[in-house]
Design a protein around this ligand. Sequence first.
Ligand code: PLP
Length: 497
Amino acid sequence: MTIDVKNIAEMDRNAVLHPFTQLKDFASGKLGEPTIVETGKGIRIQDAHGKQLIDGFAGLYCVNVGYGRTEVAEAISRQAYRLAYYHSYAAHTTDELAILSDRLVRMAPGKMSKVFYGMSGSDANETQAKLVWYYNNLRGKPQKKKIISRERGYHGCSVVSGSMTGMSFYHDHMDLPRAGILHTGVPHHYWGAEAGETELEFSRRRAEELDALILREGPDTIGAFIAEPVLGTGGITPPPEGYWPAIQEVLKKYDILLIADEVITGFGRTGSMFGSQHYGIEPDLITVAKGLTSAYFPLSGAIVGEKVYKVMEEGADRVGAFSHGYTYSGHPIGAAAANAVLDIVEKEDLPGNARAVGSYFQEQLKAKFAQLPIVGEVRGVGLMGAIEFVADREKKTRFAPQLTVGARVSKAARNGGLIARAMPHGDILGFAPPLVTTRRKSTRSSPLLKPLSAVSWMIWSRPARKSDRQLQFSTSQMLLISTATAPLCSAVAVCAA
Ligand code: PLP
């Protein structure tokens, strides 16, 4: 199919309200033309001009099985021909839906009982909040309703899920967060630890802060704690040592439900099937989306643990039907897509691949970036990783926001053929490639060294100035650094592609 690029771009500019886009800059053309993504195969996408890019972020950490998987397309097509839709209200079902649910309950960590379906991570977390409220109403604890999330956590951007999200720019001008959603400290040792504090000590302190918050609010008012096993959009930050055991101890003490938001970590990204398994988390409720269908169809799930479900079932005689659901809950095409995707995840052992390729990828990221003077921290787990840029490593100072270092490095990487996401918080370059990414057979001819030395030379050879290091790199110098960093980023990805 040939696309009339100009016409499509014009229609898009005229009629699409793009998420997370500076509207005026887009409308005026300052942001340039929209990128029309036309095809995808494996770990690459291709735009309407024929330019291929390695998708180092799997769309939005979701196309885990890679692009162009005919097995999934065929499963979707088969289901659409056979039965494009039927609802799941009042005990209606389809074979694909029943099979998927049985499978999810068995594969999920802990004692899970049922799956409620939606279309996005945001709506699934909205459902989780209602389940927490419902559960505590049925238990005769109508005060136990507040939900604690974490600063820099990301749980979506609908009303309750957006409130759970712990970054102020998702709240500003949108009347969020709503009452009843609280935030506790982010478990990021690099930025949060006091001088000399070990990861274990820092984790313990974060747990004590949570304990103090619960006591301040009153334990009888706190219904649940929601968290991503690995902090995602807030900066791709694995938990510090001892964090999850310490947090779970506090939650158990006060009878507070734990919602594991596995929207990113579910289905293999950390190297385990679920992030909860990776970190010994025992959730009462689990949120899944993204990797469930590898984004071939919008589908999410709120997986309900036995403890919560039992109370729901026991309360049914008193309160009647479970009055929550969407037209598209349990959509049969979504279920068929998910079953086909999970077949691939299991058959190709994508968690195992994420573990093996991921450890090489993490090693490469650390080896090539960690010592650069503008890099504060390189971190990650499995096939999710981040490079955080700082103006001064010793003093741990950030670059001036107007330098937009993260965005520039990301842009330069893109020009070099690699999509790596400028994370919305801080100067962080994020990686979350498809889980089918493989390691290059030979690293002998690796193009890593050349651009690496170019970057190192450029940075190290710059004479130190007395002035604030934040000002040391002028805008044009930063541009140079970004440009030189691009092939480096690209090389890292290609090395693991
Ligand atoms: N939860 C987590 C951990 C996420 O990363 C996201 C999206 O990135 C969401 C929830 C929201 O999912 P969606 O964008 O499908 O609403």
